[in-house]
Design a protein around this ligand. Structure first.
Ligand SMILES: NC(=O)c1ccc[n+]([C@@H]2O[C@H](COP(=O)([O-])OP(=O)(O)OC[C@H]3O[C@@H](n4cnc5c(N)ncnc54)[C@H](O)[C@@H]3O)[C@@H](O)[C@H]2O)c1
Length: 377
């Protein structure tokens, strides 16, 4: 069995553990965190071995195993590099790195060492995203003309986020979230879906802004509002919105010649994927009020219940890496995907008010659907 070790046992590590408990194809050897009290709390709760140093954990994972990097974004580069240098494959929480230069350095190191390097999110491997992919391949909506993807989280400055505590007792890291910013934190939830289905984004025209920074308890807040128009090589165009201001809306709508494929929640692997046919009723153009539910025919993957605001299996990505290693094949969570995702996300986040069109320098071809998502039922 492939060995996996966790570095960083904060808020999100609990979401991974809840997912890992559903059953996996790898052996979890234990965890390390630079905060001993938090490490102890996490390991006691989940009954996992606690390692007292990063090096000890890396040698327990061993070359050919997987480092699960769940540290804060500012540590992603350092921990990712340490994992690769120890001969381990690395699965890192988003973003892969906080600069494109660092992300490229990590990818070069992984390629040179013939190791896998993957970046969250992995929800594009989940049932809802794979259902959307099958619907596009089967041309359910006809030619796709435009996509609207929304990641508005609600007016978070007024949320009681100080009370958001993970299962084993980690507080939601508000300061970090606001300094990293909602775009770097969340754009990937739809970017990965769209890139995996439609392939590379050729150029990005975006704007980002700090609209509620006076309400956030941090010195250096990142943009809290961004809107991007994404031009795909394939000709598709998408609008992606990320804010912690707009009323909660995580919907996706894909508009085609025959109608609209839609779903309500990016953060739910079991969100219902629906199709509304377009037609004219006398002189009125409408999309059908009765939606057709689109489904895959059989079993898909293990599901978690709702924990906090998410209902996602966070272990799908590391499971995909372990499967790829055992089956000696390329992983769907590829280096190309991780790097392209990072370049596009940073282009949106850093666009501010006056940046014009940005040509992307990286690419990623559409990704193989999961074996259980070849066709709709
Ligand atoms: N909070 C969420 O809801 C959420 C959801 C999905 C993804 N994420 C992502 O997960 C990652 C972690 O977020 P979090 O919410 O768990 O943060 P957190 O602050 O709660 O936990 C991060 C942990 O990493 C440890 N750490 C940081 N640098 C380290 C280093 N160099 N060596 C060892 N330990 C180190 C910290 O001590 C801390 O315990 C981020 O990349 C974030 O974007 C967070």
């Amino acid at each position: 069995m492939i060995k996996v070790g966790i570095i960083g046992t904060g808020f999100v590590a609990d979401l991974y553990m809840r997912s890992i408990q559903l059953g996996t194809n790898f052996e979890l050897v234990g965890a390390f965190d630079r905060r001993p009290e938090r490490l102890a709390q996490f390991c006691a709760f989940w009954k996992q071995p606690a390692f007292t140093s990063q090096d000890e954990l890396l040698s327990a994972i061993g070359p050919g195993g997987i480092v699960l990097n769940l540290t804060n974004p500012s540590s992603h580069f350092e921990i990712g590099m340490a994992g690769l240098e120890a001969g381990c494959h690395v699965y890192t929480e988003k973003p892969l790195a906080t600069t494109l230069k660092d992300a490229k350095t990590l990818c070069d190191q992984a390629r040179e060492s013939n190791l896998m390097l993957a970046s969250a999110p992995c929800s594009f491997l989940g049932e809802a995203a794979q259902t959307v992919g099958a619907a596009i391949r089967e041309n359910v909506a006809g030619k796709v003309r435009a996509i609207y993807a929304e990641l508005d989280d609600g007016f978070i400055p007024q949320a009681r986020y100080a009370d958001w505590i993970s299962e084993s007792g980690a507080p939601w890291p508000a300061g970090d979230e606001f300094e990293v910013g909602c775009t770097l934190e969340h754009a990937g939830y739809y970017l990965t879906w769209l890139i995996s289905i439609f392939g590379s984004i050729r150029s990005v025209v975006a704007a980002s802004s700090r609209q509620v920074c006076d309400l956030l308890p941090v010195d250096a807040p990142a943009p809290d509002f961004s809107v991007a128009t994404l031009f795909f090589e394939s000709g598709v165009v998408a609008r992606l919105t990320c804010t912690i201001i707009g009323p909660h809306n995580h919907s996706l709508r894909i508009v085609g010649d025959r109608g609209v494929i839609e779903l309500d929640e990016a953060w739910n692997n079991t969100a219902k994927v629906r199709f509304r046919r377009r037609f004219n009723l006398r002189r009125r153009l409408m999309e059908s009020p009765i939606a057709k539910r689109l489904k895959l025919p059989g079993e898909t993957h293990p599901k978690v219940g709702r924990w906090g605001s998410a209902s996602m299996n966070f272990a799908l990505g590391v499971t995909e890496l372990a499967d790829a290693l055992v089956e000696k094949r390329a992983s769907r969570m590829s280096i190309d995907l991780a790097l392209h995702l990072t370049e596009v996300t940073l282009a949106i986040q850093d666009s501010e008010e006056t940046t014009g069109a940005q040509r992307m320098t990286t690419r990623c071809d559409p990704l193989e659907p999961m074996p259980w998502a070849q066709k709709l039922g």
